[in-house]
Design a protein around this ligand. Structure first.
Ligand code: C2E
Ligand code: MG
Ligand code: MG
Ligand code: MG
Length: 292
């Protein structure tokens, strides 16, 4: 099939280009560049809705950072977060994200039932190196915006083992009222011990599992479904609310809903959107979600 080959070829070319750009950006990202970026307001937050599919409404929006770079153009987080972590500027950038996301969220319209919509914020493991900076930024984001912390999910990635010190900091954040989510679960360093040891509220399944559900490869599709079912029942056992991300089509949506998932995120509902589009999306969501 010529078409399929062509598509794959394009995907590969795109991936190669992304990798190249990634390298270029990483090599040239430095302190001055990042600080200038913050000062010049080159960073932006995009928002991706998490849909409560039982109640047909928006549970929250996840804040996803982008960089409108003067020479590199529009860059995605995978291209600069690793560099930012390496040169230890995630304290500064992460504090900015906390403040901006809470300030944005407090201005969003309520959902059609008159309830406020939450916000979900990604934290880098390197933000836990100086816990006092993180705790301070989180406290300030709440007090200055007036947002209730129980509307804020803090997403931890499983990119590293969680030390005792990190766990203590997560406990403090939770005591302040924030909700804690474990992101990208099922890949990397995930272990049952971590799920048992961390003070968690939500478990976010890694996108790679659902991606293959319904794929042409029957074995891959079946395997992914089994993994998804397994992680969802694990979440239930530990009394954690699962969030499934990466849903791109109706079939995947039906399958994960049949497995008992209720909070769902993915291109099927929407692409991440600029902050300025959130209010309109919320206002129109009551019709569009019922239709979906
Ligand atoms: P993540 O937190 O796991 O976010 C999900 C990523 O998957 C986002 O990519 C989102 O746009 C994408 N996505 C969501 N639904 C779908 C789908 O249905 N199909 C596909 N193909 N992709 C989907 P993005 O925005 O490029 O972010 C990548 C990662 O960068 C995030 O993964 C997160 O780990 C990190 N990140 C983003 N913003 C921040 C931030 O403010 N702070 C920190 N520390 N990390 C961030
Ligand atoms: Mg996330
Ligand atoms: Mg992640
Ligand atoms: Mg994720």
């Amino acid at each position: 099939n010529y078409c399929l080959y062509d598509e794959r070829y394009q995907e590969e070319a795109k991936a190669a280009h992304a990798l190249e750009n990634n390298l270029r950006v990483s090599l040239s990202t430095n302190h001055a560049d990042l600080h200038r970026g913050i000062d010049n307001e080159e960073f932006q937050l995009y928002y991706h809705p998490i849909i409560n599919t039982t109640e047909n409404k928006i549970d929250a929006f996840e804040a996803l950072i982008r960089w409108q770079h003067p020479t590199h153009g529009f860059i995605l987080p995978d291209q600069f977060i690793p560099a930012a972590e390496k040169i230890q500027v995630m304290d500064v950038l992460g504090s900015w994200v906390l403040k901006k996301a809470c300030t944005d969220a407090v201005q969003w319209p309520y959902d059609h039932d008159g309830n406020p919509i939450g916000v979900s914020i990604n934290l880098s493991p390197t933000q836990f190196i100086h816990p006092e900076v993180l705790l301070n930024a989180a406290q300030k984001a709440i007090s200055e915006s007036g947002l209730s912390p129980d509307l804020v999910k803090l997403e931890l990635t499983e990119s590293s083992a969680f030390s005792q010190g990190m766990i203590a900091t997560i406990e403090k954040l939770r005591d302040m009222g924030f909700r804690i989510a474990l992101d990208d679960f099922g890949t990397g360093y995930s272990s049952l011990t971590q799920v048992n040891n961390l003070p968690l509220d939500y478990l976010k399944l890694d996108r790679s599992f659902v991606q293959k559900i319904g794929s042409d490869n029957r074995f891959e599709s079946k395997g992914s479904l089994r993994m998804t079912q397994c992680i969802l029942s694990l979440a239930a056992t530990f009394e954690l609310t699962p969030i499934v991300e990466g849903i791109e089509n109706e079939y995947q949506l039906r399958v994960v809903r049949d497995c008992g998932a209720n909070l769902i995120q993915g291109y099927y509902f929407s692409r991440p959107m600029p902050a300025a589009e959130v209010a309109d999306y919320v206002r129109h969501s009551s019709e569009s979600l019922v239709r979906a």
